[in-house]
Design a protein around this ligand. Structure first.
Ligand SMILES: *Cc1c(COP(=O)(O)O)cnc(C)c1O
Length: 368
């Protein structure tokens, strides 16, 4: 008999934190303060301390976090920003959203941007680089920071998938000029709706983002610039605060499951590569197979849900039509898009479910 395995199980996490969340909901509802209150302040302090940065600023979602970091560094029309073509669409549209030009550079076997390709994509108009820490593993920040230094570029980390990840002991979001996180329900640290948070060590940038997220207002009546409305509300901030002290333990579960998958599946499919010095939080556990579509279909018949993160590289999306790219421009990302398959990965997978995934993958890849 097959054990059905859901790709994610958000409801199981609610059970773990239910009492604390309900009590916070009650306190906030009774207080009548729903935005820009003490719960947000507390979460911002907590999150900055966790990432070992000086400041953190809560916003409405991870995409706004990226947009506001670009804006706060005066990036806009006439500027180019380099990112990876294999990410979630927000890594690209946020660049276009501030009026800058999206430039892609191909990735390496580990799914992260290739510093050599990144350097080759730099022009006189390049203002910033936005490495994505895809799947929960931090991109090669030593090489990227070295390039950024030499060409005087702003570095904005898209750490939406990598909250808590480390490279040589340092947390995601603490390497560049700013780090951007999503608190969307599918992310390792998530709230009950949309949410995002930014980290930085730059007091001016932190101040500017606080103005941008709140209509451009510096106080109740004075507007410094035309801004946006995108705050992390009190209820979401409270939920993030409740979960943050448990994040390392929850991420450790991701890592333990990744290790079990790794040891069991290394023989039959291509398993993810983790570089020395990196502690990936395995937001996604992505295997590669030349028979990916059949594998996914057979797993589905066994009740094992998988996903493809992501099937269409960004430069081949319709929305990217005016950028002038075509198939063949980023061969590594393009080949990976045909092979990748994300296996179920969340902290509440039971031993039985993990075993079912492994046996499912083995049953398909060894009975050809
Ligand atoms: C989720 C995600 C985002 C966007 O975050 P939202 O909160 O959904 O706006 C950006 N970049 C990457 C890599 C993501 O995975």
């Amino acid at each position: 008999m097959n054990v059905p395995v859901p790709f994610v199980a958000i409801g199981r996490q609610y059970e773990e934190f239910r009492e604390e969340i309900l009590s916070a909901f009650d306190n906030i509802s009774r207080s009548g303060i729903h935005v820009l209150g003490t719960y947000l302040e507390r979460f911002e302090e907590q999150f900055a301390a966790y990432c070992e940065t000086k400041y953190s600023i809560g916003v409405g979602n991870g995409s706004d976090a990226l947009s506001y970091c670009l804006l706060a560094h005066d990036i806009g029309p006439g500027d180019e920003v380099i990112t990876a073509p294999n990410s979630f669409v927000a890594s690209a549209w946020t660049i276009a959203n501030v009026g800058a030009k999206i430039v892609f550079a191909d990735v390496r076997e580990d799914f992260n941007i290739d510093p050599i390709k990144l350097e080759a994509a730099i022009t006189s108009r390049t203002k910033a680089v936005m490495p994505v820490h895809l799947t929960g593993q931090i991109a090669d920040m030593e090489a990227i920071l070295d390039i950024a230094d030499r060409y005087n570029l702003i570095v904005i980390e898209d750490a939406a998938q990598a909250v808590g990840a480390k490279q040589n002991g340092k947390r995601a979001g603490s390497f560049g000029h700013a780090g951007c996180f999503s608190l969307h329900p599918l992310k390792n640290l998530h709230v009950h709706g949309d949410g995002g948070v930014i980290t930085t060590n730059d007091a001016d940038v932190a101040r500017k983002i606080k103005v941008i997220r709140n209509h451009g207002l510096v106080n109740r009546d004075e507007c410094l610039l035309w801004g946006y409305n995108s705050r992390l509300d009190e209820i979401q901030a409270a939920i993030a605060s409740i979960k943050l002290p448990h994040l390392d333990r929850l991420n450790q579960k991701h890592m333990n499951i990744a290790k079990i998958y790794h040891e069991a599946l290394g023989e039959c499919v291509s398993v993810p590569i983790t570089h020395a010095g990196n502690q990936s939080v395995f937001h996604r556990y992505i295997i590669r197979s030349n028979d990916r579509d059949r594998l996914a279909a057979e797993l589905a018949t066994q009740g094992i849900q998988t996903k493809i993160n992501y099937p269409i590289p960004l430069h081949l999306q319709k929305a990217a039509g005016d950028l002038g790219y075509s198939r063949g421009d980023f061969p590594v990302a393009e080949e990976q898009a045909l092979q990748i398959l994300s296996l179920p990965m969340h902290p509440y997978l039971s031993d039985e479910e993990v075993k079912a995934v492994i046996e499912g993958v083995k049953s398909v890849t060894t009975n050809k």
